[in-house]
Design a protein around this ligand. Sequence first.
Ligand code: EPZ
Length: 449
Amino acid sequence: MTITPVPSQPTVEPTSPEEPYLKLEGGYPLRGEVPISGAKNSALAIMAGALLTMDGCRISNVPDLADIRMMSEILDAVGVRVTPVGPNTLDIDARFLSVHRAPYELVNRLRASFFILGPILARLGMARIHLPGGCAIGARPVDLHVRGLAALGAEVHIEHGVVEARARKLRGARIYLDYPSVGATETIMMAATLAEGETVIENAAQEPEVADLANFCRSMGACIRGAGTKTIVICGVPRLHSTEYQVIPDRVEAGTLLAAAAITRSILSLSPVIPDHMGAVIAKLREMGALIDIVGPNRIEIRPGGTLRAVDIETQPFPGFPTDMQAQFMAMLTLCEGTSIISETVFENRLMHVPELNRLGADIRVRSGHAIVRGVLRLSGAPVVASDLRASAALVIAGLASHGTTRIAGLHHLDRGYESLEVKLQQVGARIERVVPNVPTGSLVAQSL
Ligand code: EPZ
């Protein structure tokens, strides 16, 4: 078996002394209740889905995140008015939707911006959008999105990094996805809501966020059956109408907080949650020895059991173990008794948190694309830098259980997907704060290290 050296090139961007960082003092248990925000990956898709109607939509329980703000800028660039109306609620008015291309600089920073292609094409018969670039975790191709739209009768050309799709009228089709891609399922489903005739998506993604998007579209009058299963049937309708819709809770934020509780041997209560969205995560935590209780329809409680035991993890499309929870579980497994093997099968480069976790004293090696995590007795605080969104959450989890001070830079990754994570953790007893250097000491915001 070959040993794959951890990549020699830096897996994280160099940081500057002026940038903000999180400072954690590890070793303190947490206690209390944590509120869970709306699901980022649902809200982003639903914001794109709002383009399917010219009547305007009100979307609530939208998390206040950098990605949401970026998506609002992208919608603005194509003539859509996004108006915040109170905390976590957006009004989206797509009456003046245009075929203008959103600027490359915006699209390149937010992969989810590609979700607007299907709705614009379905609404206007023509759409142009820059190909989203890859990102830290992988190449992130969009071939399944493009092939799906072509199957619906669109003429799609890709040139100079721009996807241009045209269709006088989309027509329903039977589409088989080579891979149950979340984004491709959502793109095809949204476009098919306004196509002529019936569309069947086979081998569709079953993630809860796909079902949430389908429920949002149905609330606008779309005819969709089977979302959340491997086969989705959409009967096209002439137009969709306005709606008010509440986004589901974020199962990845909830899973992240469960991992933080388990590694610090804490008692935490989380709500709102939808336990059915967290089956694999709950099962793996119980296999490790954590005590998890489902309290009522939307609350989950975790308590420490005996010593946490090593488990093997293999990421899979839903309902398998979610790739978005892989880094957070790896952080937890560094302190478990025994050796765990983690196989990331969804993205080709989602193990960049390994070197940073090893800086905290973990014992992880990457061999042939699998991470072998040998449990250690303790982690020790150190300065670390996040490489991507879920890696930053993994470093927070590890820092909470490390002896001494941990300093996490690269917070722009964390802020993409977690709403005030450090504040939520502070409120249940974590010694964590966001430090903004060069802000006068004694201010509310920053103290020097
Ligand atoms: C969504 O990304 C999520 N993002 C991701 O969450 C999540 O990790 C992923 O689904 C898997 O669950 C949003 O919903 C905004 P995919 P998406 O298409 O749609 C390959 C986070 O941390 N593929 O299911 O881009 C692709 O390369 C983020 O919150 C193709 O080959 O994921 C990957 O290997 C990260 N061709 C696999 O499928 C395509 O046309 C899964 O991708 C599309 C995808």
